[in-house]
Design a protein around this ligand. Structure first.
Ligand code: ITT
Length: 185
């Protein structure tokens, strides 16, 4: 079975491929992008993107919208994570959190999977954890060097793809997609 992952983020693609190829799914990469609307939740952004892409991609496809929600910052950067990462990066987040004792944060991942003529399926994965006090590790992407998932003392930046997938929001949403697809194989 071949399915397409629409993303311009190579890190995301690698993580999804690691999981889906284990169950015999060939993952193709669509990297031309799609409009991301401004909305206050990840699901609306992803559904809009899927509607747009269903006119461009013939094969079964999915896309994913993700974000980091920091409790002491009232959920910031949340739906603005990609933009905030580009503008202020991990360092900027650490600076905003300098005097903050409450380090709780969670990553969320929303996958929308779409087959021609069928209703879209939504899969949501979350990963709870803490914002570290300094950047650690050079693996992964985005906010990985400053996020320590619950149950580990490493940041995502210190984990290889397989280990990160065992904890991560994306590992969980992809696992749900994999379970759904396995039934069809
Ligand atoms: P696509 O939309 O093309 O898939 P993107 O990087 O713009 O790629 P998002 O719109 O979902 O993806 O943006 C989410 C941002 O949140 C992403 O750019 C990272 O900065 C951050 N992020 C999401 N998941 C992450 C993860 O697993 N590790 C580190 N940072 C992550």
């Amino acid at each position: 079975m071949e399915i397409v992952f629409a993303t311009q983020n190579r890190g995301k693609f690698k993580e999804a491929k690691e999981k889906l190829e284990r169950i015999g799914i060939k993952l193709l990469h669509y990297d031309k992008g799609y409009p991301e609307i401004q909305a206050d939740n990840l699901v609306d952004v992803a559904i809009y993107g899927a509607r747009y892409l269903s006119r461009k991609i013939d094969k079964p496809f999915f896309l994913e919208d993700a974000g980091l929600f920091i409790r002491s910052l009232n959920g910031f950067p949340g739906v603005y994570s990609a933009y905030v990462f580009k503008k202020i990066g991990c360092r900027g987040i650490l600076r905003l959190m300098e005097a903050e004792e409450d380090r709780y944060a969670e990553f969320r991942s929303v996958i929308v999977y779409k087959e021609k003529g069928k209703k879209a399926k939504v899969f949501i994965g979350t990963c709870q954890g803490m914002i570290s006090h300094e950047e650690r590790g050079t693996k992964g992407f985005g906010f990985d060097p400053i996020f320590i998932p619950s149950g580990s003392d490493k940041t995502f930046g210190e984990m290889d793809v397989r280990e990160k997938n065992r904890y991560s929001h994306r590992g969980k949403s992809i696992e749900m997609l994999a379970k759904y697809l396995r039934k069809k194989l």
